[in-house]
Design a protein around this ligand. Sequence first.
Ligand SMILES: [Zn+2]
Length: 204
Amino acid sequence: MTMLSKLFLLFLTIGCTAQPRPVVTPASPAAVTRTGTGFKVDASHIEAITPGRTQKIQAALQLFERVMNDSLFQADLRRVKFYFDVPNDPLRKLSDQQVVDRLYAAEEFYQKGKDSTASPHWIIKQRSKSGYGIGYADQDEVEFYTFSWVIDEGDLAGIAGIAAHEWSHKLGFQHGFGEDPRERESVTYAFGDLVKKHAKRLQD
Ligand SMILES: [Zn+2]
């Protein structure tokens, strides 16, 4: 049962049994989606070759955390219509609301528990820009890998967006590889792009 239906059921139960009472403000959508100001990003699992890169990634992860706790970002995220471009995706039946709940619950496959804490395990590989993309990741592996030139050349907002995208894979979200023109609307891309957009706003 989702958080939303649990709360709703609780409300119904109270509504049926309680004596008339003063009108109270109903729970806002923010309260039931676990969004708010309590989301954390754990920046302790980073291997970035040099202290400078480690610091840059830590700053980007702090920005990611700030975005997740930002009310304008949360409002924007709740308006997104997510698209599942992988035909057999076991998560494709999730509603948009359930997707947001899952992101904020932050339960990675390797770290059980809805702890509202993103724990990315991020490894930077030394590689100069040469057309091999920005890195690689396996959905079933704890770590994800990004090439050093991306960190060296990227701004904090862009790096925060990459973190959001790659980390969301560890919650089970996936995307295809260019077969579907709507791939960019998948949870991983839409979430990463929105984090980047709001990170830019908060940074300026
Ligand atoms: Zn991806």
